[in-house]
Design a protein around this ligand. Structure first.
Ligand code: ASP
Length: 438
């Protein structure tokens, strides 16, 4: 039957109605043994997340401003859910304690973590599962650095004592017992850590969308969902700006080879996206998994006869950029040419200095700078095995009358990156999507 860990994000636990949906999901699938929950998130557009309200209480206190009203809003939200679920948790007592700690100068991490803490207790009671506090399992050292091995051992040992349990996401504790949170959105990490420690067969990450889409829906109308994608492909897409899971959240599941299934709490019948170690095969034999990109890069294209024989050329070029504190995003090269792709933000105000230094040290025959470029990655592990993929891509862009300024194909042959002008960005994504998917 297998063992599953399910993490439910803020919108999936935002109110009693959502929590009842979770119960249905869990009732349907006995393989889900451990559940990780976020704090209540937004119930509608413009609503506040409980975590944001908790941080707000802390900043009000720090500035000696009255915080009671905000605190009351949080209290009322929990009370309303509790009344609906008739969970057995003494919220009044919990809130009194949090308030006392808040006034006694408790840390922002402690305050922020209370959303998850209370929610997990309430949901555990409603479901009839055990509540296991993350503070007892997720460990940080005295400097606040995450302790991976210790955490893994402690979770494994602790959860073995519970047949079914709810664990709050987002936080753990330092060796001295004080609460320490992950970065925002950190419940995803908690879920992955638990999945790894209990050796889950699948880590389900329940949210409010039915998985990832092949392209940004603000650019492509109704893009198709991605049914399966490998960790590596996903990394290429997220590097290029697709808003998918954060690498930290994927890492624990990836190292343990546990597939992550992104699911929709509001549409549990949808299969969602499966993220696996091995490249997946897309439905309808599609060869690409997704398209992502971002704007605002600068390309410096350098050519010099005999460049490939000149020793230290690339090292010097990289050195000039390093001296200016600029990271190289990509470096496509030919026999006598090399280009560097840099983020506009990183070179802000330094471009002239960089190009002057390149002229002085490297004496190129020719150098051209293209500002305001956009990069678009077409990602898919199926691409390497197919002839003519790049031709198809370039034809699609040519037909749309888009000038390609740069091409870079990763050595894994899992992606092709093209550089186009910012103004052609949306048009180019539509053209690529049209050629491969639509
Ligand atoms: N509640 C936390 C946040 O809003 C963590 C999470 O939901 O993953 O960032």
């Amino acid at each position: 039957m297998g063992l599953k860990v399910a993490k439910f994000g803020g919108s999936s636990v935002a109110d009693a109605l959502q929590i009842k949906k979770i119960k249905n999901i869990l009732d349907e699938d006995d393989a889900i043994k451990y559940v990780v929950v976020s704090a209540p998130g937004k119930r509608f557009d413009g609503d506040s997340k409980v975590t944001d309200l908790l941080y707000l209480c802390k900043t009000h206190i720090e500035h000696k401003l009255p915080y009671e009203q905000i605190f009351q809003v949080i209290y009322d939200r929990f009370m309303a859910v509790d009344a609906n679920l008739s969970a057995e948790i003494n919220l009044k007592k919990e809130f009194d304690e949090i308030k006392a700690n808040l006034e006694a100068g408790a840390s922002a991490d402690y305050i922020a973590s209370r959303g998850e803490y209370l929610n997990a207790q309430m949901i555990a009671s409603y479901l009839g599962y055990d509540f296991v506090d993350a503070a007892a399992m997720i460990k940080f050292d005295e400097k606040g650095r995450f302790m991976e091995d210790l955490t893994n051992t402690v979770i494994e040992k602790e959860l073995a004592k519970h047949e079914k349990a709810v664990v709050p996401g987002f936080y753990g504790s330092k060796i001295d017992g004080s609460v320490k949170t992950f970065s925002r959105g950190g419940s995803d990490i908690t879920g992955a850590l638990i999945a790894r420690a209990v050796k889950a067969d699948v880590y389900e990450n329940w949210t409010d969308v039915s998985g990832f889409l092949m392209a940004d829906p603000r650019i492509v109308k109704n893009p198709k969902p991605i049914s399966t994608i490998s960790y590596r492909e996903l990394r290429e897409l997220s590097y290029m700006g697709a808003s998918v899971l954060h690498e930290d959240a994927i890492y624990p599941a990836r190292v343990a080879n546990i597939p992550i299934n992104i699911r929709n709490t509001n549409k549990p019948e949808d299969p969602g996206t499966m993220i696996t170690a091995e490249p997946g095969r897309q439905q309808d034999g599609r060869i690409i998994s997704g398209i992502a990109g971002s704007k605002d890069f600068t390309v410096i294209a350098i050519s010099k006869n005999g460049l490939s024989y000149e020793r230290g050329f690339i090292r010097k070029l990289a050195g000039i950029l390093e001296d200016n504190g600029v990271a190289i995003e990509h470096m496509p090269s030919g026999i006598d040419t090399v280009s560097v792709v840099l983020e506009n933000e990183a070179i802000d105000g330094k471009l002239d200095e960089i190009t002057e230094e390149i002229k002085r040290q490297l004496k190129p025959d020719h150098m051209e700078t293209f500002e305001n470029m956009a990069l678009i990655a077409t990602v898919g592990s199926g691409m390497s095995a197919r002839v003519g993929v790049s031709a198809q891509l370039f034809t699609a862009l040519a037909d749309a009358k888009i000038n390609i300024r740069m091409i870079d194909q990763g050595s894994s042959e899992m992606n092709i990156i093209v550089g186009v002008e910012n103004k052609d960005f949306e048009k180019a994504i539509k053209a690529i999507y049209g050629a491969f998917v639509a």
